[in-house]
Design a binder for this molecule. Sequence first.
Ligand code: COA
Length: 241
Amino acid sequence: MSNFETIIYEKLDDIGYVTLNRPHALNAYNLKMRDELYQVLDAIKDDAEVKVAIFRGAGERAFCAGADLTEFLTAPSPIIARQVRWERDVWGLFLSIAKPLIAALHGYVLGDGIEIALCCDIRLASEDVQFGLPEPGLGIIPAAGGSQTLPRVIGGAKALEILLSGRWIKAEEAHRLKLVNRVVSRNELLPEAERLARKIADFDPVAVSYAKQAITRGLDLSLEQGLELEAKLARFVIPLH
Ligand code: COA
């Protein structure tokens, strides 16, 4: 188990567990968490012992209540921010991981919280989940990939409506919108994520990784290019006759 200040990272039977761990602040995403998340993602990406990872939030009330508002106006100048982003592109790293990532979501899932969830491949939620994108109300826009990942998951019109209206989404609607794959009771959230992770971890990791890539990379391609990608990936996993 690696104990950072804002994240708990554990490995158990091929599964990596990433727990956002600032429950006193509803797991708000601060600069420290950004740096620590980068290290954890790097470890998940490279560690052959981790075949699948589960992301969750500590405490009873939230997966993550978005960016830490106490750091809100302490951001560095745009030039420094761009340099930091270049050196430490958390969201690019997140989306480059070829292993399945599962988000187990409960309580508040706001701003960066949704964006972390959208970097995962499968989203499970408990009945008490509430999604929201408060950014425009704060005079900013999502900058952790959400303006691109959300419409790819729920479509442009719905993404715009949710972002521009500031309306929060509860479990049933999130499921209807396909923002989450499944809604379960609070007690079942982690066990359900673990059952799924276990199933995935028992499959051949190369086949799993290629299947993920065929779908996630294919979504950004034309059908023709997507079929080429599939053929290329399949060659590595289909035994030659
Ligand atoms: N950044 C920093 N601290 C946060 C936070 C955030 N985004 N969200 C919650 N907290 C802290 C609160 O300051 C409070 O700390 P305190 O106990 O030291 O006063 C604690 O978490 C509990 O939050 P609280 O506001 O008391 O709970 P609530 O049930 O009344 O409200 C929310 C819950 C989520 C509606 C409310 O906390 C909220 O609106 N948070 C900000 C959401 C946001 O705009 N995020 C930024 C997105 S870009």
